[in-house]
Design a protein around this ligand. Structure first.
Ligand SMILES: Cc1ncc(COP(=O)(O)O)c(C=O)c1O
Length: 402
């Protein structure tokens, strides 16, 4: 059978078509006014002073972690994060020369557990931890009050990986606004979709400046729009021999984006509240339709504060119901599925060197990583689609449960 209910869908409406045509009409496709407009609009949406656009959520993590690094740190340092996340979180920590250390997650919200994090901060190697990276998985927001207290008590930097939580909130504050810096991904499966795009958010102008440098090969320019054509470049005064675009104060990357994805994302920011509300309605309806299976599947916790990336489910007894067989059957019955990312040090081959150290130490993440999966709850699903999902579950559970 063809897949009818996908994890996410991208549809082109007039707003998106206009955005792309506007970029083409401007005859400027590399970063310019659209990108600055996106940065201002998204910073306002999240509630931070600054947003810096980069070409992916992974780039946002790398640039953000580098910007938070203390250049005086000569010894190897560590970052405390969640083991249950998309691999990019741990990859970016490792790529920026830091060792990831993992604390367990809360089994209901899937988020890094603040108590487990606190316990870990009392271990003997805690002195080398410089950064805490809570991940707001599936739109659930971590306990940020506790993380803020932990960070300030231990003089650590705090960075929210908010890639999956556009528009989620915690005690009236938006995900991504409660740390020294945060990152978002606008990958195609997310609640604001632009294909490939990321952003770093912060209230600290120095962090924003550093991210602007790092994303452009470390060049010294940090003007929002180039003032050189008007002869007003602050870095190209009298006696300055070098064009500042080619003067590099530190080693960096090319993480710049194009005008197309930022224009597309801006068109969606305007509707982000409606998108999140429709996803919440779908989660409520699915919870109603599937509650008769809750002996076999743990359904997601509902909250008005969550902007759901997907609809996560957890198998209650893996001896009676095998995840892989259920996923295959659901896909045969027209419902696309994804695993819940896995517990990084236990399930991901690229971090296999940590398996022995963590085996049995992260029981919730290990269980969820092996027995959790998610399906779509996106804004384009109709009432009929949700009933189609319920029928697919009925058939698949009948065929696969022992
Ligand atoms: C939690 C998390 N962090 C980071 C990323 C990386 O974002 P991107 O795919 O845009 O590089 C993702 C992407 O899905 C993610 O879910």
């Amino acid at each position: 059978m063809n897949i009818r209910v996908r994890v996410g869908e991208f549809r082109v409406d007039d707003h998106i078509r206009d955005a792309v045509l506007r970029v083409l009409g401007s005859e400027r496709i590399s970063e310019g006014k659209e990108t600055r407009n996106f940065e201002a609009g998204f910073a306002k949406f999240v509630g931070t002073k600054h947003a810096v656009a980069v070409n992916s959520g992974t780039s946002a993590l790398i640039a953000g972690f580098l910007a938070l690094k203390n250049p005086k740190d000569k010894k190897p340092v560590r970052a405390l994060t969640s083991p249950l996340t998309y691999i990019a979180t741990a990859n970016a920590i490792a790529i920026t020369g830091t060792e990831p250390v993992f604390a367990d997650v809360d089994s209901e919200t899937l988020c890094l557990d603040s108590e487990a994090a606190e316990d870990l901060l009392e271990k003997d190697y805690a002195a080398s931890i410089r950064l805490i990276v809570p991940v707001h998985l599936m739109g659930y927001v971590c306990d940020m009050d506790r993380f803020r207290t932990l960070a300030s008590k231990n003089h650590l930097r705090l960075f929210e990986d908010s890639s999956q939580a556009h528009g989620s909130s915690y005690k009236g504050k938006r995900a991504g606004s409660m740390s020294h810096a945060s990152s978002f991904s606008f990958h195609i499966a997310h609640n604001i979709q632009a294909g490939e795009l990321g952003a770093v958010l912060t209230n600290d102008i120095d962090i924003a400046r550093r991210v602007r440098m790092i994303k452009a090969n470390g060049r010294i320019c940090d003007c929002l729009l180039c003032t050189r054509p008007q002869g007003r470049c602050p870095k190209f005064g009298k006696g300055q021999e070098w064009d500042p675009r080619f003067l590099h104060a530190e080693i960096g990357y090319n993480f710049k984006t194009m005008e197309f994805p930022t224009a597309i994302a801006s068109a969606q920011i305007a509707r982000a509240e409606d998108i999140a509300a429709k996803r919440r309605d779908n989660v409520r309806t699915l919870n109603d339709l599937l509650k008769k299976h809750s002996d076999m599947l743990r359904l997601p916790k509902y909250s008005d504060d969550v902007s759901y990336l997907g609809y996560p489910l957890v198998i209650t007894n893996p001896k009676k119901l095998n995840r892989s067989r259920l996923q295959t059957s659901l896909e045969t019955n027209g419902v696309e599925t994804r695993p819940l990312f896995g517990c990084i040090p236990i399930h991901q081959p690229s971090f296999a060197h940590l398996k022995k150290k963590y085996k049995g130490k992260l029981p919730n993440a290990e269980y969820l990583g092996a027995n959790g999966f998610y399906i779509g709850c996106h804004q384009y699903l109709s009432e009929d689609d949700l009933h189609f999902v319920a029928d697919a579950f009925k058939k698949s559970l009948k065929d696969t449960a022992r």
